[in-house]
Every structure is written in structure tokens, then in C-alpha cells.
Design a protein around this ligand. Sequence first.
Ligand code: PMV
Length: 288
Amino acid sequence: MKVKASAQGKLMLFGEHAVIYNYPCIVTTVSPRVYVEIERNMSQLIIDNPQVRDNRFVEEAVKLFCKTYKVDNKLSIKTYSDFSSQYGFGSSSAVTVATILALSKLYRLKISKKEIFDLGYKVTLNIQGVGSGFDVAAATFGGTLYFVTGGKIIEPLLIEKLNLVIGYSGMKANTTKLVKSLKPDFRIFEDIKKIVDKAKITLINGDWNKTGELMNQNQKLLQELGVSTEKLDKMCLVANQSGAFGAKLSGAGGGDCMIALIPENKRKDVESAIIKTGGEILNVKCNI
Ligand code: PMV
């Protein structure tokens, strides 16, 4: 019997970096998914994982799952993805969660979302050594979440459709390296926390003007922290000049993506301004 499961990628809306140090963040899911197919075989673990950067996440997920639930690991696993792992959409956490989901289907085990999150978080920590787990939570729970480090709080936020433009700055930063090398600045993290807590309310209320303002404030603090780049700053600036409510980098920084919250009628203007600065628009839906 072959079973299939999938999990979504993510985008950080507010609170990156601070969330490593026991502060909250807000994360949302994106429409592209990572898919995992599993069937039992007679010999050994075989992984066919062409699109996701490395096999370690699938291997570690299988290892921990089989050990925890005392099931067999003679499995053939195939993964495929709607998105390239080059974009910071969280392909590693999505493939981890999809593997755990597929295994629980294969072995007909009823496992709660929190158990899936805990196991998935352990997998990513075992491999990366650092990480808040926000990406694992997004892949597990979906939608938009208020999240505190390690899953101390995972609170779904009921918000309306998020109109975001996502601009890729053309270079992929190494999140683990960046996180490990960043000197924590708790004054900045405290300020980021205040923004995250305000954004939680403005998002629920659909107050896009205020949410955009908070994104700009968060971006300023990320600049101060030293994780933004000239290109990301420029992309955020032109997005704001073209009618966005606000814009910020999303994720670890040092490259990768920025996001702009927009009134839908400004989408074309904001997108072309970002393209003119050399950014690439990634067409995905959010908060689903
Ligand atoms: O680079 P991304 O999209 O994986 O985001 C990293 C966000 C950090 O807060 C810097 C790390 C984390 O695990 O929370």
C-alpha cells in the first residue's frame, strides 16, 4: 500500500530572530506544498528526494518516528515539491512534517498535531542545532499562527485573506549560519515583541494600514540588527512608494525574500517597482 501526505511552506510575517530567544512571532503558510509518498519494502530505507536540498530531514524523521512508535523502517520514500528549496519557503520543515504525516497514515497511528510538531521540531533541531520551530508549526497547523519558541504557544489567528506581494532578492542566505553568528540584542528583541503583539490584533481586525506600519517598524529593527541587505531595503522602499501598506524582509535576512502588504488594486504597481529593482516576484497565496 502506498500512502501520500503533504505539507505547506511558510513565510514569516513578524518577529524573526527574536523568536529564537523566547519571544513571539507571527508566521503564515504559503500555497506551495511538499509531497511525500511512502510504501513498505522488503529490504531497506530508500529515499528518492530530488528537489529538496538534502536527505537528512527525511532520514531523521523516519529514524525518530520509527523509534518513537516502534515501527519498521524498511520503506521506499519519494518526495516532490511545488517550489524550489532555493526560496526560503521552508522546504526542510515541510518535508519533515509531510514525512511524519505519511508515516502515521501508513502505520494507521492517531497522532495529534502537537505530537507531530514536537517530533518534527526534534528532527530539525537534531540536524540544524538551532531554530525556533515556527516553520514546523506552520507546516503542521496551517493558516496563520502566533508562535512562541519551541511551540510554547501555538495560537491560530483567524484573519481575512492576506494580500501580500513576495519579492525574492536573488540570493539565498544560510539561515543556520546567520542565526548562530548573530549577537542577540535584547533591547531590539523587546521592541520586536511589542510589534508582534500589536500585529496580532491588527491582523485579526483586518486593519491593514496599521499592520503595514508595524511591518515598516519591524523592518527598521531588523536593519538595526544588521540582517537586512541593501537590496532588501530598496525592495521594501519601492514597495512603500508604490502604494504598499508596509514592507519588510521575511525570514533570516541576508538575502532571500521580502514581503509587502498591499491593497489589491496596487498589486501591479508594487510588483513592477520590485522587478525594476532587480527582484523576482513569487506568485503564491498566503494564509491557507
Ligand atoms: O530564513 P527562514 O525563512 O527559515 O527564517 C528564519 C527565522 C529565524 O527566526 C531567523 C530562525 C527561526 O528558526 O526562527
